[in-house]
Ligand binder design. Structure first.
Ligand SMILES: Nc1nc2c(ncn2[C@@H]2O[C@H](COP(=O)(O)OP(=O)(O)OP(=O)(O)O)[C@@H](O)[C@H]2O)c(=O)[nH]1
Ligand SMILES: [Mg+2]
Length: 378
């Protein structure tokens, strides 16, 4: 697939930002680097491909997508190794973070489950509940992690205790960091590199799905290595359907400020144009609390007018999606639940609404994106 690989000291040269083999021929293929930039990079000892250069300096993505096949091949090669698997999930998108068949792919290797992006959770949320819930979700997918840990790769929260744990669990073996795209694998590894060498942001990270393109190996103290891997892009991830600016409005950037609403039966809340919540039946003036990106526009309306309102305003008042992407954005699909206890209705990748016991509610998400309920985390 890769043409005219560049060799240095008998080895294929890889981009340190995304792992792709460097080449100077095909501008549209992974690893493309203009000759002049390559010469400079070799001289300085740090070669970044043109795509990484653009991502790092201009936050612009050049799409070169990996196929599911490439991804599965890479994952199955891990099953043949004797290593510790660090499986990173986005606590904001647990369903979208599940790798189908991971339990088969990792073989007998131990799995340490890491819930990342804990910085966006409000302080009132009980971390232990979140960790227990993560473990349950992993078990339901056939994965039996030896431990579950919550961290924030971005703010460096609990990364040092994760490192201690990794060192204890790996017992002198190699470490593979796996997970679907956008969960923060590379951000986490950058923190690990920074802690041991002081070098900042070595690997390219971005809010766009599909940033890392190939394995990136980082040496550990004992001749073993820690490997970053590309994440598969899942149609179940909200991020799959959104572009740069849209993603920024949907993905929580900072600690979420909960918003409380008193709703009556027959009222609807829109989350921009990417999600919707209906209070179907229950007593009037019930309290509902919304947890989502602080800058996402929430709009209250009557359920009876909601369909019409959405059709009229999606891409305008109700944005994201942006006007130009409305046609390719999937329709919103309703999922109905009756609660028996105080629960969170979770729209994966978007956030959740804490709802009282004994009500009927509907969560709407783009077709394919999961909506679930769980016992309230707060
Ligand atoms: N709020 C928050 N955002 C994070 C955290 N870790 C990563 N991110 C953001 O999540 C996005 C994806 O991060 P990456 O590290 O590129 O994700 P990845 O898993 O390596 O993605 P691929 O290389 O595509 O597989 C970026 O916008 C990061 O800034 C975190 O702990 N908290
Ligand atoms: Mg990455």
């Amino acid at each position: 697939m890769v043409q005219n690989e560049v060799m240095v000291d008998g080895e294929v040269l890889h981009c340190i930002g995304c792992g792709a083999a460097i080449q100077t021929e095909d501008k549209t293929a992974p690893g493309y680097t203009p000759q002049s930039a390559l010469d400079k990079g070799i001289e300085s000892g740090e070669v970044y491909c043109q795509r990484c250069f653009r991502l790092r300096h201009y936050n612009e993505i050049v799409p070169v997508g990996l196929t599911d096949d490439d991804f599965l091949k890479l994952l199955s090669s891990i099953s043949a190794t004797d290593s510790l698997i660090v499986y990173v999930v986005d606590i904001f998108d647990v369903n979208g973070s599940m790798i189908p068949g991971l339990h088969r792919l990792v073989g007998d290797n131990k799995v340490l489950l890491v819930g990342n992006k804990v910085d966006v959770l409000p302080a009132s949320l009980k971390k232990k509940k979140v960790a227990d819930w993560l473990r349950q979700r992993a078990n339901a997918a056939g994965i039996r992690p030896v431990d579950v840990q919550l961290v924030s790769a971005k703010t460096n929260q609990d990364v040092d205790s994760l490192l201690v744990n990794i060192d204890k669990l790996r017992k002198g073996k190699d470490v593979y960091v796996v997970g679907v795209t956008n969960v923060g694998k590379s951000t986490l590894i950058n923190q690990i590199i920074r802690q041991s060498t002081g070098v900042k942001d070595l690997i390219t990270t971005s809010r766009f799905p599909g940033t890392t393109l190939d394995k990136i190996e980082i040496p550990l103290d004992d001749d073993k290595k820690l490997t970053d891997t590309p994440g598969i892009i899942q149609p179940e991830q909200m991020a799959h359907w959104l572009e740069g600016k849209e993603l920024k409005l949907v993905t929580p950037q900072k600690t979420i400020k909960p918003k409380s609403y008193q709703l009556n039966e027959g009222q609807t809340l829109f989350f921009g144009g990417v999600g919707r919540f209906d209070y179907v039946t229950g007593e009037d003036k019930q309290g509902f609390t919304v947890y989502c990106e602080n800058n996402l526009y929430l709009h209250r309306s009557k359920t009876e007018n909601a369909d019409e309102f959405y059709a009229k305003h999606v891409g305008g008042l109700l944005t994201p999606p942006a006007a130009e992407n409305v046609d390719s954005f999937p329709e919103l699909v309703a999922h109905e639940f009756k609660t028996t206890e105080k629960s969170d209705l979770v729209i994966e990748g978007l956030g959740w609404v804490t709802v009282p016991a004994g009500v009927v509610v509907k969560g709407w998400a783009p077709k394919g994106v999961a909506v679930i309920t769980r016992p309230a985390m707060i």
